[in-house]
Each structure stands twice: as structure tokens, then as C-alpha cells.
Design a protein around this ligand. Structure first.
Ligand code: FMN
Length: 165
């Protein structure tokens, strides 16, 4: 599941592109809060005045820091307009402002270049590709990866049941 918020709609478009790639549902916190949380959550917020949106931080806090969940975080901002330094700044500061609230396992993160007026089609494509990438790991609703290992007798064993996140 994808959970996000937005003020002017760009994060909505980005979340929907991720959702399309991932083949999962996106929840806009301005409209509805999901009643039940899945084990894998893609969480996104734009940055306004150096801060993630408060409802996204509130969502994390109200759900016990998403403890026990596997999370991929994305932020939408314009800091990378200021070149490599801006991008680094966004990576360290903006992503950390979200990640430091999370008690679950953050397994992936992305910065997306947002926009103010003209939609950034490159960002939409990147978001869709990221969704596809995440689907490869967390395809459909199945969180458990299939891993085959040889046991001591040399027979293949399905270890799916043994892997815990
Ligand atoms: C009033 C305002 C303040 C913003 N502040 C920041 C900021 O502090 N850092 C940044 O990198 N981008 C900033 N941005 C850029 C937004 O993060 C970007 O436009 C984003 O795509 C907005 O997301 P939304 O359309 O989902 O609301 C700001 C944009 C606006 C309009």
C-alpha cells in the first residue's frame, strides 16, 4: 500500500505512478486514512518550508512508528534544483525528518523532483519505474520472498516460511 499526502497535487500524481508500477492501492491522507495497514508501506510527502507535511508525521506516530512494518520512503521537493549539494541536502535532511519517526525497517528511499506549475513528466516516469522495482521485491501482496537453498542432504528446500522481516 502507498500512503501519502499533498498540498498541490504533485505528490498525488507521483504516488499514483508508483501505485501503477507496484500494482497496489494509494491512500491520500487528506481524504482517507487506511483502516488496516499492510506489512509493506510506501510512504510519501512533499516538503514545504523545509518540513514534511504534518499529517504524514502524524500518521507514523499514530501507528506506533510503523513498528514491525517494512517501509519505503519518498519525499517530493525542489531542492535538487540547486544541483548536487541541494540533492545531498534533501537526502540527508528531508528524508531523515521522515525516517527518524519510523521504528519499522526502511528498506528503500527516493527523492523526487516536484513541481509548482508544470508537471514534471520525467519524475512521473521515475516514480513508475520505482514502483516496478518495488514490485519485484514485494510483488503483489506477497511480502515473503521465495528463496530456495540446498539443505545438508543437497535437496532443495523452500525457506519461505522461515524468513521473517
Ligand atoms: C510554498 C512552498 C514552499 C516550498 N518549500 C520547499 C522547501 O522548503 N524545500 C524544497 O525542496 N521544496 C519546497 N517546495 C517545493 C515543493 O516541495 C514542490 O513544489 C512539491 O512538488 C509540492 O508537492 P505537492 O504538489 O504534492 O503539494 C515548496 C513549494 C511551495 C509552493
Amino acid at each position: 500500500m502507498i500512503v501519502y499526502s499533498t498540498r498541490r497535487g504533485s505528490t498525488k500524481k507521483i504516488a499514483e505512478a508508483i501505485a501503477e508500477g507496484l500494482g497496489d492501492e494509494a491512500f491520500n491522507l487528506r481524504e482517507e486514512w487506511p483502516e488496516e495497514l499492510e506489512d509493506f508501506i510506501v510512504l510519501g510527502t512533499p516538503i514545504y518550508y523545509e518540513r514534511p507535511l504534518p499529517e504524514v508525521l502524524e500518521f507514523i506516530r499514530r501507528n506506533d512508528g510503523l513498528e514491525g512494518k517494512v517501509i519505503a520512503v519518498f519525499v517530493v521537493c525542489m531542492a535538487d534544483l540547486f544541483g548536487v549539494l541541494g540533492k545531498r541536502y534533501a537526502e540527508f535532511r528531508y528524508l531523515n525528518l521522515v525516517k527518524r519517526e519510523i521504528k519499522g525497517d526502511v528498506i528503500d528511499e527516493r527523492i523526487f523532483r516536484g513541481w509548482i506549475r508544470k508537471e514534471n513528466s520525467r519524475t512521473i516516469k521515475e516514480a513508475y519505474s520505482w514502483g516496478l522495482e518495488l514490485a519485484e521485491i514485494f510483488g503483489g501482496k506477497h511480502l515473503m520472498p521465495t528463496l530456495h537453498v540446498e539443505d545438508s542432504q543437497g535437496e532443495e528446500e523452500d525457506t519461505r516460511a522461515k524468513i521473517k522481516w
